[in-house]
Design a protein around this ligand. Structure first.
Ligand code: PLP
Length: 204
């Protein structure tokens, strides 16, 4: 199993804490990817890693050998970033993660509450990571073809950048970020509402 765990630990739903795939099984071999960018908030550092959880039969022996060979290829983060990793892993206090999760929770709640008031879209409250998916009720709009059209027009008319869900192989939603201050999310909510009203059938 290959698990993308780039948001390792970033669940802010107390009832559903984060569990790594590596902790779920000793029989299925797991390759988990992680990175500094999200959980340590340094996206520009471009530094990630792979953790291999092999089983007793050593199913991933050859994979580990080849990962080691791959790590010799000169295509990796700069030396300063690599040199900082041991100190980051050893010294960043738990309070950093507690604070990050608390901020994300506050932002998620603020965005959900604001967007819930907009007729024509339906936010799905996020409980982990840094994004929220929002359903677009296409039939409510007079001149929006699909999620790509929605996001393109929202950018052109309100200067708000969102991602159409077709980027993630699903139709009819857009993805917004929540890793920002609640006041910015409220400003986004206002612009989104103005956009939705301008294209909604009920406001013809
Ligand atoms: C699910 C997921 N995996 C991986 C990545 C890539 O992370 P990085 O910025 O460390 O390359 C992202 C970035 O948005 C992501 O959302």
């Amino acid at each position: 199993m290959i698990a993308d765990e780039v948001y390792y630990g970033l669940s802010y739903d107390e009832e559903r804490p984060f569990t790594s795939f590596g902790d779920l099984t000793t029989t299925v071999p797991v390759i988990a990817t992680g990175s500094l960018s999200k959980i340590y908030c340094v996206p520009g550092w471009r530094c990630g890693w792979v953790i291999v959880y092999d089983n007793a039969a050593q199913s991933l022996k050859l994979v580990i050998e080849n990962l080691n060979k791959h790590s010799m290829i000169l295509l990796h983060p700069n030396s300063l970033v690599q040199a900082a990793i041991p100190a980051i892993l050893a010294n960043v206090p738990e309070s950093h993660f507690t604070e990050l999760k608390s901020k994300l929770k506050t932002s998620s709640e603020a965005a959900f509450e604001r967007l819930s008031k907009i007729h024509g879209i339906e936010p799905i409250q996020s409980r982990a990571a840094m994004y929220m998916m929002v359903k677009i009720n296409s039939e409510d709009f007079k001149d929006i073809e699909d999620d790509i059209d929605f996001c393109k027009k929202l950018l052109a008319e309100q200067n708000c950048l969102t991602f159409p869900s077709q980027c993630f192989f699903a139709k009819g939603f857009f993805r917004m970020i929540i890793c920002t201050k609640p006041e910015i999310l409220l400003e986004f909510g206002d612009r989104l509402e103005a956009f939705v009203k301008a294209h909604h059938k009920d406001h013809a």
